[in-house]
Design a protein around this ligand. Structure first.
Ligand code: GLU
Length: 376
């Protein structure tokens, strides 16, 4: 059974595991105080999902907003990275306590998981996080995940919990992600425009939708916005995971969205194997290989990437890093590279038979093996 409409997200057979992402503005009022009544209704929705036989992982924002209110910081604690980090340190304790209390009132145990970008980008750490999630779910807990904002620096942070939720869904092997936001879903143009229409089902994200998302303004307390939601949808779809954007501002937001069938649902595109889907969702790329037209055709036919097709190797990377592959027009793939950037520069454009001498050892079968390559 697969997910084709919003109602399927409450069906344990179609959706055995769902990731619920809660935006800051839902949990924290404009004055920085927690919206407890709303949270209690959310916890009861989670308990209902569990009673239906579904597993639930929560990705919760709100640490920065809540901490900023307690520390009386201006600009919601986002005036500088240092402010955000300090605000998050204070707010995260409060946030975890809120979730723990709300879930406990429903007889559920909350488990706090704080991750940085690298925890999900580096393969070994990713597998470790995935194992922890699996164990927590098997033990009956509800993982409540957030970015570890207090230690994540500018270069190594997700910054928004939308993409974090999509990556967590991959790690947890979820069937769907619901982004609970303060808007009804994705509109075909700026929602401020009276002609704007909600787009209920999206199979493929085209340039029009990207433009519409870019024209949508941001909410005040979070960082999400439509652009990061679309990026999250892209990661999820490629990994064979459905993603819904629904309005979470009402009480019992999950049951409400499902009963009213209101929101935008991005259908899962294809289910790549686990390693490829992890690769496809990678956000940090260590370098770029530019390839010629013949190579692009071969890659699209399922071949591995060979040195002879490479025109240029940019960036500094090591064997095992993930790099972008591009042609004259733009990026076409991502893959795990078998050589360092230095070695790639030495063997680019050369046939396999010429490579031993240039490398000083017997060359590997490819620069990127087809099993470690994901076409975009
Ligand atoms: N991790 C941030 C927080 O807890 C939220 C990021 C976002 O707004 O998506 O405050």
């Amino acid at each position: 059974m697969s997910i084709a409409r919003l109602a399927d997200l409450s069906d344990a057979a179609a959706c055995p595991l769902v990731v619920l992402k809660v935006g800051s503005s839902l949990l924290v009022g404009p004055d920085g105080t927690p919206r407890r009544k709303w949270l209690a209704s959310m916890a009861s929705d989670i308990a209902a999902a569990r009673a239906r036989g579904q597993q639930v992982v929560v990705v919760s924002s709100g640490a920065i907003a809540m901490g900023a209110a307690r520390l009386k910081m201006d600009k919601g604690g986002r005036a500088s990275l240092a402010d955000a980090q300090a605000a998050a340190a204070v707010g995260q304790i409060a946030l975890a306590g809120l979730w723990s209390d709300a879930l406990q009132a429903e007889g559920l145990e909350a488990a706090q998981l704080l991750v940085t970008l690298d925890d999900l980008e580096e393969r070994r750490r990713y597998l470790n996080a995935a194992a922890t999630l699996r164990r927590l779910l098997a033990a009956g807990a509800v993982p409540v995940v957030n970015e570890n904002d207090s230690v994540a620096t500018e270069e190594i942070r997700f910054g928004d919990n939308d993409r974090l939720a999509a990556r967590v869904a991959q790690a947890a092997d979820a069937s769907a992600v619901m982004l609970l936001s303060d808007v009804d879903g994705l509109f075909d143009r700026d929602p401020a425009n009276p002609e704007a229409q909600l787009v209920p089902i999206i199979s493929e994200i085209g340039p029009e939708l990207r433009a519409a998302a870019a024209s949508t303004s941001n909410s005040d307390v979070g960082t999400g916005g439509m652009v990061s939601k679309l990026e999250a949808a892209d990661i999820a779809q490629r990994a064979g995971i459905a993603l819904a954007i629904v309005n979470g501002t009402y009480e019992a937001p999950i049951s409400r969205a499902i009963a009213g069938d209101t929101g935008s649902l991005f259908l899962p595109l294809r289910s790549e194997d686990a390693k490829r889907s992890w690769l496809g969702g990678r956000l940090q790329l260590a370098g770029t290989l530019t390839v010629d037209e013949g190579c692009v055709v071969a890659l699209r036919d399922g071949a591995s990437l060979l040195a002879t097709g490479i025109i240029a190797a940019e960036g500094t990377f090591q064997r095992g890093d993930v790099v972008a592959v591009r042609d004259g027009l733009g990026q076409i793939a991502k893959g795990l590279v078998e050589y360092s950037s230095d070695e790639c520069q030495r063997i680019q454009g050369r046939k396999t038979s010429e490579q031993s001498e240039l490398l000083g050892y017997v060359p590997r079968s490819a620069v990127i093996h087809r099993d470690h390559l994901v076409l975009l």
